[in-house]
Design a protein around this ligand. Structure first.
Ligand code: 5GP
Length: 206
């Protein structure tokens, strides 16, 4: 049964560990493709053009918007972030499940445009644990940690718009949960209309 890939949005608080979860998921299974976004923010240390992001000037980004080259885009902390259309469409057509790691406004826009999108929200088991993970990174000042905690409280208001809320307590377990959800999602009737028509026709001929 030939499947078209599933478009999967993964959101989560800064510090939820979703980046690590995605990395492990892609290492473990080869049916996933991770979309690389365009952004106008500056690269952080260690980030590479085309790997973490495609880094654009404001003007370049606005040209991409005008040419309808982005499926969605959002402004987040004074910078544009957007999902390039071509890669996503190509990967979906080839049957791979495409992951977009984007924030909640973008998730909402994608779901409106493409209702078949699967929305996953990754969260740590508790607020205390989120604070601990943000503090343990050792790279953030106390002000930044407070800012991220209050942004998390705001983002948590949108969690119930997602299809699944996945607790990232133990990494491997979380990766398996996500993979199982996606595998089950492939069996949903609405994703298999062509197959169902086909078997109905076959049965008529028996
Ligand atoms: P950061 O600057 O920390 O890499 O990302 C900031 C936020 O922007 C994260 O929540 C990230 O998931 C989100 N983001 C990254 N790419 C996109 C995108 O293409 N579209 C939208 N809407 N958000 C994105």
């Amino acid at each position: 049964m030939a499947h078209k890939g599933i478009l999967i949005v993964v959101s989560g608080f800064s510090g939820s560990g979703k980046g690590t979860v995605m990395k492990r998921l892609l290492e473990k299974y080869d049916n996933y493709a991770l979309s690389v976004s365009a952004t106008t923010r500056q690269p952080r240390e260690g980030e590479r053009e085309g790997r973490e992001y495609f880094f654009k000037t404001g003007e370049e980004f606005e040209k991409m918007i005008a040419k309808d080259e982005l499926i969605e885009y959002a402004k987040y902390v004074n910078h544009y972030y957007g999902t390039p259309r071509a890669y996503v469409e190509r990967q979906l057509a080839s049957g791979r499940d495409v992951i977009l790691e984007i924030e909640v406004q973008g998730a909402r826009k994608i779901k409106e445009k493409i209702p078949d999108t699967l929305l996953l929200f990754v969260t740590p088991p508790s607020a205390k644990e989120l604070r601990r993970r943000l503090t343990e990174r050792g790279t953030e000042t106390p002000e930044v940690i407070e800012e991220r905690m209050s942004r998390a409280a705001k983002e948590a208001e949108s969690m119930d718009q997602y299809d699944y809320c996945i607790v990232n307590d133990a990494l491997e377990e979380c990766v398996e949960h996500i993979h199982q959800i996606v595998q089950s999602e492939h069996q949903r009737c609405f994703r298999n209309l062509a197959f169902m028509d086909h078997i109905r026709e076959e049965l008529k001929g028996e």
